[in-house]
Design a protein. Structure first.
Length: 79
């Protein structure tokens, strides 16, 4: 619940599944959903959106992800 409230998408998806199976109350799921949306909204800014658009236009976003993925495949990589 804490991670979802901090904006972690995977945690929110897990909570959604748990809610569907009755493992999380409606009130807790709603609070996590509101917290997640607030965290996502807090990270939005015109500067961030412009930077993301620039990265997409120039193919930098995919390159950065590929670089990180290949780095993690290195047996000497430590997080």
């Amino acid at each position: 619940i804490i991670a979802a409230k901090l904006g972690h998408d995977g945690s929110l998806r897990t909570l959604k599944d748990w809610y569907r199976f009755g493992l999380v109350s409606k009130e807790n799921f709603a609070a996590a959903l509101r917290g997640h949306q607030a965290a996502v909204d807090a990270t939005k800014s015109p500067q961030r959106e412009a930077a993301e658009a620039f990265q997409r236009r120039h193919g930098l976003h995919a390159a950065a992800q590929a670089s990180t993925t290949s780095l993690k495949r290195n047996p000497e990589y430590r997080e």
